[in-house]
Design a protein around this ligand. Structure first.
Ligand SMILES: Nc1ncnc2c1ncn2[C@@H]1O[C@H](COP(=O)(O)OP(=O)(O)OP(=O)(O)O)[C@@H](O)[C@H]1O
Ligand SMILES: [Mg+2]
Length: 342
């Protein structure tokens, strides 16, 4: 296997990723044909409903899938094949390459270990940084995420911190190892609205300052558009559309994206109820051959489910819909109408 030069290609290159997990005692697909690239310093959004496979995509990239998972396809990071990495390379990859931030910070900290140990562990064990220097860096990074009394915080336990503070600690931990790519899996979903926007602003600012690439996972299309250069929309384990975030909002290519845009909650007296997408979301293992969104799609025809649909270029983006050209004007009008409501 020849390692491609790191500077030539994208930082992260996922191609034809397929993941099966053991569900109800047998292997079933949860990720189907996912391809996405992230360049150094670029922020890419991954948006979709619950169960669509967003977290499993991030966990496959981090090689943190549940036991029994079967993975095929390619994942390369800076030209190195991630799926072939041995234990030693994997440790390095998870320290210098990537860092992960999760939705529920409490579930990812040890309740009986102090914040200081949590923050300095990777620096001490993987990078050989001395304890006093690791603590100094931890306090400086805590200040960067808006925690001024770092010395005191290092001595505290996770339960002594609010959810918002703990998520800032997680961001500090992710930044301390100086990775090249952040995998942020719904990092603000568990927080209240005010804390959400504070934490999001810190994450966005520090990421840009440090030139960090990010895969930002959310179910909120608008949030993804606000912080990401490009956004991928996921449905039933597959990416159904990929575009610049601005393009996606103004000019969606897939009926599912248009439906998500139309379902955005609005503070509008004239429309006092939330528009929902009819039907329920699916997981990849429940999806039929062909388009998985067909049973919820107003534009579907028998051919949509009879034929395998591929992600193909259209305009400036990529779309997985055989009728994308025909319905394009319709979808644009729909999203304009949804935008005008706001
Ligand atoms: N540990 C597991 N074992 C078996 N199946 C799982 C496991 N975790 C998730 N799944 C299944 O994998 C599919 C994808 O789940 P995933 O967690 O990636 O969804 P998601 O898009 O992150 O959803 P959410 O928005 O709820 O976080 C779902 O059908 C889910 O039920
Ligand atoms: Mg998830």
């Amino acid at each position: 296997m020849s390692a491609a030069p790191a500077a030539a290609g994208p930082l992260l290159d996922v191609s034809g990723l397929h993941v099966e997990l053991v569900i109800d005692g047998r292997p079933q697909p949860v990720i189907h044909d996912v391809s996405l690239q992230i360049r150094a310093g670029e922020a890419v959004g991954l948006v979709g409903e619950s169960g669509s496979g967003k977290s499993m995509t991030a966990r496959a990239i981090a090689r943190l899938l549940p036991a029994g998972a079967v993975v095929s396809g390619g994942i390369s990071f800076a030209g190195r094949p991630v799926l072939d990495m041995g234990a030693r390379d994997l440790r390095g990859y998870r320290t210098d390459g990537i860092a992960m931030i999760f939705q529920d910070p409490r579930a990812h900290t040890n309740p009986v270990r102090r914040i200081g140990d949590f923050l300095t562990e990777a620096l001490r064990t993987s990078k050989g940084v001395r304890e006093d220097e690791a603590k100094r860096r931890a306090v400086a990074t805590l200040a960067e995420v808006g925690i001024e009394d770092g010395q005191r915080r290092l001595r505290q336990f996770p339960h002594e911190l609010s959810g918002g503070l703990l998520q800032r600690v997680m961001i500090a931990a992710a930044l301390l190892a100086e990775p090249q790519l952040l995998l942020a899996d719904e990092p603000t979903t568990a927080l209240d609205v005010t804390t959400q926007s504070e934490v999001m602003a810190i994450l966005d600012e520090l990421r840009r300052e440090r030139g960090l690439a990010m895969l930002f996972i959310t179910h909120d299309l608008e949030l993804a558009a606000a912080v990401c250069d490009r956004t991928c929309v996921m449905y039933a384990g597959s990416i159904v559309e990929q575009q610049s975030s601005a393009g996606l909002n103004a000019d969606p290519l897939h009926p599912y994206t248009a439906a998500l845009l139309a379902a955005r909650p609005r503070m509008d007296a004239a429309t006092d109820r939330l528009a929902a997408i009819a039907g329920r979301p699916r997981s990849a293992f429940e999806a039929p051959e062909g388009c998985a969104f067909a049973d919820r799609c107003p534009y579907h025809e028998p051919e949509c489910t009879a034929e395998h649909q591929v992600l193909r270029p259209l305009g400036g983006g990529l779309v997985r819909c055989r009728r994308a050209e025909e319905i394009h004007a319709d979808l644009r009008a729909l999203s304009e109408k949804a935008g005008a409501r706001g």
